[in-house]
Design a protein around this ligand. Structure first.
Ligand code: NAD
Length: 253
């Protein structure tokens, strides 16, 4: 790893697994210092150790990001350890049971919305004042193919990911001209714990239905991470409010 002395301070949520883990490794590889936030303490700690073995700088924060106290701990850790927050990647998410609306329980609806949409809102709200004070900051949200169309998942997940798209666009518009950029990626099927669960039917039989016609090639987490790192970079300095499918053309069908 290059260990750039001016490496940015980056928060990645859901960094204990899949896309978030790949993004955390990619940021660290280019010399950024990374806070890895995840419900899964072991996963986050293992990723931190991998980064440190390669000469990078990272710290894990374990907890449920839908809780304000955990959000505050993540924010405080980035400020105390790395002196600011340059990049926030709201990536942690959970799948629903791929149920049609009438079959969604209150508990499932509230949990999926809380983790996928409210947690990014809470963390962005906590981080934003520090980015505004510094006059710069990049937010990258992981939405989904289900944030673009109605047929990629169940009612709760689809609503939550459309919400992430809206949150991203609103942030981009409300804070443009103040050094803040906000963009989102919309992964198609990606080889992670979530997609393995879907394939194995853990999210209900709808996963075996017509939803995944024309899915395209399943992507690797590193391909999603590359898009996240790009949107957070200076190379994307004029890209703001963009919703980028990373899906082998699934959304173009
Ligand atoms: P993953 O299950 O490998 O990783 C998700 C991580 O988020 C896990 O480490 C999990 O512990 C963490 N997490 C879940 N709830 C949390 C909470 N309340 N607080 C803190 N951490 C929490 O799955 P992934 O595919 O890497 O998912 C990353 C993102 O990509 C999600 O937002 C998901 O919706 C989105 N996505 C995935 C796919 C796909 O096919 N894998 C497709 C589209 C979108």
């Amino acid at each position: 790893m290059t260990g750039r002395p001016d490496g940015r301070s980056v928060i990645v949520t859901g960094a204990g697994s899949g896309i978030g883990r790949a993004a955390a490794l990619a940021f660290a590889t280019q010399g950024d210092r990374v806070v890895l936030a995840d419900l899964d303490a072991q996963g986050a700690e293992a990723a931190v150790q991998e980064i440190e073995r390669a000469g990078g700088t990272a710290v894990a924060v374990a907890g449920d990001l839908s809780e304000q106290a955990v959000v505050d701990r993540v924010t405080a850790t980035a400020l105390e350890r790395f002196g600011g927050i340059d990049v926030l990647v709201n990536n942690a998410g959970i799948m629903d049971r791929m149920s049609a609306l009438a079959d969604v329980s209150d508990a499932e609806w509230e949990r999926v919305l809380r983790v996928n949409l409210t947690a990014p809102f809470l963390l962005t709200r906590a981080v934003l004042p520090h980015m505004l004070a510094a006059g710069r900051g990049a937010v990258v949200n992981t939405a989904s193919e289900a944030g673009l169309r109605g047929s990629a998942a169940g009612a709760a997940y689809t609503a939550s990911k459309h919400g992430v798209v809206g949150l991203t666009k609103n942030l981009a518009v409300m804070y443009r001209g103040r050094g803040i950029r906000a963009n989102a990626i919309c992964p198609g099927g990606t080889q992670t714990a979530i997609s393995v669960d879907v394939e194995q039917g853990a999210h209900g039989p709808a996963a075996l239905g017509p939803h995944f016609v024309n899915l395209g090639r399943v992507s690797q987490p590193e391909e999603q991470a590359a898009a996240i790192v790009f949107l957070a970079s200076e190379s994307a300095s004029n890209i703001n409010g963009a919703i980028l499918p990373v899906d082998d053309g699934w959304s173009a069908v």
